[in-house]
Ligand binder design. Structure first.
Ligand code: ADP
Length: 197
């Protein structure tokens, strides 16, 4: 599964919950980059300026990281990607990867929230967590990049019948329940996971 939505839509929070519910890893490319930046790995050093500015890391690099992560044992029964794919080229890359593996996408969860709510959340997160890319300029820039590069992906997945729209405004529990209901109505439930494992 994938989870998509603009920065500040609550993807990270919900991705963790979904991962726990289904017993699958929630793979956040943003978290992977931030971890590498914090621990000053060669990858982290390479991408720090890009991530801090709110720009996208080059596809080649991002694709390679996702490929490696999805090959790990814990992803054998499924996975939830948060923050990937983010460009049309990444969509094509992921399609090839999953086709080679013979495991198609089952759902693309989209969290919907309006711009005002999002800016308010990100400003709060900036105060609480001090993420370098949560400055006012970087927040605005990330929203612009999202609208240009990533919003079009929604139509691609809608055309494939995979899109699951969920209202992202509410408490984490409320939104989490909505996601669970929306997945269940598509026949994706916790029982599937138990049956598969
Ligand atoms: P947000 O929730 O604010 O969108 P993320 O944690 O998902 O933030 O990502 C933070 C940053 O990591 C992005 O602004 C970008 O620089 C980089 N990044 C994450 N995923 C990708 C991706 N799929 N392609 C390119 N860059 C990415």
């Amino acid at each position: 599964m994938l989870i998509v939505g603009p920065p500040g839509s609550g993807k990270g929070t919900q991705a963790k919950r979904i991962g726990e519910t289904f017993g699958i890893p929630d793979v956040s490319t943003g978290d992977i980059f931030r971890h590498n930046i914090r621990t000053e790995t060669p990858l982290g050093v390479q991408v720090k300026a890009i991530v801090d500015a709110g720009d996208y890391v080059p596809d080649e690099l991002t694709n390679a990281i996702v490929t490696d992560r999805l090959m790990e044992d814990d992803a054998a029964n499924g996975f939830l990607l948060d923050g990937y794919p983010r460009t049309v080229d990444q969509v094509a890359y992921l399609d090839d990867l999953l086709e080679r593996d013979g495991r198609p996408l089952e759902a693309v969860i989209r969290l919907v929230a309006d711009q005002e709510e999002i800016i308010a959340r990100l400003t709060r997160r900036a105060e609480e967590q001090g993420r370098a890319d949560d400055s006012v300029d970087a927040i605005r820039h990330r929203q612009e990049v999202y609208s240009r590069e990533t919003a079009p992906l929604v139509e691609i997945y809608r055309d494939r019948g995979l899109l699951v729209d969920v209202d992202g405004v509410g408490t984490p529990d409320e939104v989490g329940d909505r996601i669970a209901d929306a997945l269940a109505s598509r026949g994706i439930g916790e029982a599937d996971v138990e049956a598969a494992s």
